[in-house]
Design a binder for this molecule. Sequence first.
Ligand SMILES: Cc1cc2nc3c(=O)[nH]c(=O)nc-3n(C[C@H](O)[C@H](O)[C@H](O)COP(=O)(O)OP(=O)(O)OC[C@H]3O[C@@H](n4cnc5c(N)ncnc54)[C@H](O)[C@@H]3O)c2cc1C
Length: 495
Amino acid sequence: MKKMEQHEFEYALKMLDVELDKKGMSRRDALKLAGLGTASFLLTGGGQEAEAATTAHASDVQGKIVIVGGGLAGISTAVRLTNYLSNPDITIIEPEKKSVSYQPGQTLIGAGVWEKEEIIYENSEFIPNGAKLINDKAISFDPDNNSLTTQRGQTITYDILIIAAGVKMNFGAIKGLEAAGEAYSAGDNSALVKTLNDAGVSSIYTADGAEATWKNMQTFIADAATGKKVNGVFTHPDTAIKCGGAPKKIMFLTDARLRETKGARENATLTFYPNGSKMFGVPEYHDALVNIFEDRDLKWNYQHNLVAIDGEKRIATFDKRWMEQGEWDPDYEEYDQVEKHEMIDIPYDFIHVTPPMKVPDEIGNSALGSNKGWVLVDYETLQHKKFDNVFALGDIAAIPLGKTGGSVRKQYKVVVDNVIAKLENRPLEAKYDGYTVCPLLTSLSTVMLAEFDWTNKPTPSFPLDPTKERWLWWLLKVYALKPMTVIGMLSTGRA
Ligand SMILES: Cc1cc2nc3c(=O)[nH]c(=O)nc-3n(C[C@H](O)[C@H](O)[C@H](O)COP(=O)(O)OP(=O)(O)OC[C@H]3O[C@@H](n4cnc5c(N)ncnc54)[C@H](O)[C@@H]3O)c2cc1C
């Protein structure tokens, strides 16, 4: 572990202990209660991370491994590969010098709990021995000849290619926000934020945008506190998105912040307009979320997709859909169901936009991308469906439910095992089971830890009702999950 991180980690643990102490609880007791006994590095201060179950073994196999994308998935995979390969030959291609490797922190920044600086890292700090970083962008792919080309014209060949290039936020697809274009979470997004700010739009989906969200939220709260009736609008688009819970989390935190200021909450109407027709795919979490919405006087309207923003007039236009009974079908002896649409204008004082998301064009339109762009891999082995020396993981992979850091934490172990097996000409035995986790921040002191997998059932890791909001999960979210990610995955590749 690097010196600065050790210091940061110790500070986080100290804060965790102070909070637990207020309730007369030790860290060991809290982790035991949470069923997190195996997270030994939280008990020992980072020295002895518990190694995860893995089929990988130390290997002398040789092979040139190229990783496209140096975000959470790319770096963690590189680090873990160097744990097992005695002669690693790994190249990471990443255009950004700085990265947001703990993007969940953007939600906390958007609500004024953290500062942006707390989640920005220099990519070069995490490059392990045995790997080199090329600060460039992969722009064309020739998987039949095991090669790719970068923006600066370098041709790079490989034995194994790992695609971990994440998703892009496509704000420009919303009419009125064309100038905002496309963005990654990291990088300099000041121009994007200016375009959004001019239209009164907030979004925690970039680090810069998260910082601006907190400023806009404070203005919204101050207006409500003066007695002005204000309207807060929260959206969820019609594409797959990373962290499906985040659009609701920022709404809960806005509600919580409004309640802190005397006289503000009663003047604010907060409404969620998701494209879908449920709060959450897993029925148990859906029900729990509906209860929270009702309890906090939060409103919602399903099947509304944001299509346009009129920044000057502060109006959001949604494509509203619903089903109506159509013609009688004598063959099936039932009425057809016809989808209807209507454009609805909603005025806003504060709007949090979760943008449509897409695969970067250079990958989505290449031989590696599917019709919709996502990189098609076998759900379990994470091996590309057409090119057997290509693997993909993280947000860019065409895997149901998988766009969270929690999924990456499971997937990178599978990729490492299977890459080594492939180089050794063994069958690919490691399998991803679809696990994902969404710590739903439901207030400024509670989190509902929604864990689930492809069975669409809650899959709690802990012996506690997963549909309950808990202060303990808040502590873990705010103090422990970032060190677990930064140290457990990015620095050591073991968590
Ligand atoms: C607001 C928000 C809240 C979230 N909350 C949670 C949460 O509570 N829990 C949770 O588990 N997850 C959460 N997530 C999701 C989680 O952060 C992501 O799923 C995770 O970061 C995905 O990692 P990745 O490596 O696939 O993508 P990223 O970390 O985004 O990295 C992709 C990298 O690829 C690079 N790249 C792109 N194109 C190219 C190219 N052509 N050539 C080379 N490099 C390229 C990019 O520059 C980038 O650095 C949240 C995300 C956001 C934005």
